[in-house]
Design a protein around this ligand. Structure first.
Ligand code: MN
Length: 143
């Protein structure tokens, strides 16, 4: 089942689609520490459903997932004109030459490499937000 902790407030609505619990915990922690309130999906089908329902600014997509993988989710999002403004970011360890071509061909706007680097991850994510939007302004007091 999908988990919706909060609908993103203000600018910078982010959807995270990730099937690895440790990666999801880290990504959620980092985003929340910077004031974002991400939507979370733990499989591709839930991720696609949340993207259609909420039209986030950015979708952070794990590529390797059982069932609908990240490439399939990207293809389905790109198939829908109403989601044309959604930025798709692959979060993946697969960054060899052939993978890059496949990522670009699937309609992704870019990628962030795994393992996730806590000190730079949110800065990387912000590059894909419209107008370089920040989360809830200055760093929130809660982790
Ligand atoms: Mn995975």
């Amino acid at each position: 089942m999908s988990e919706i902790d909060a609908i993103g407030s203000g600018d910078g609505r982010i959807l995270v689609v990730e099937d690895n619990p440790d990666n999801m915990t880290l990504i959620e922690y980092l985003l929340r520490a910077h004031g974002f309130e991400p939507l979370l999906a733990r499989n591709g089908a839930d991720g696609l459903a949340l993207a259609i329902e909420h039209r986030p600014d950015v979708v952070l997509l794990d590529l390797r997932m059982d069932g609908m993988d990240g490439f399939e989710v990207a293809t389905e999002i790109r198939r829908r004109p109403e989601l044309g403004g959604v930025r798709l970011v692959a979060v993946t360890a697969s960054v060899m030459a052939g993978d890059l071509e496949r990522i670009t061909g699937a309609g992704f706007d870019g990628y962030i490499p795994k393992p996730i680097e806590p000190t730079t991850f949110v800065t990387e994510v912000r590059r894909f937000l419209p107008g370089d939007a920040v989360g809830a302004g200055t760093a929130a007091g809660t982790p």
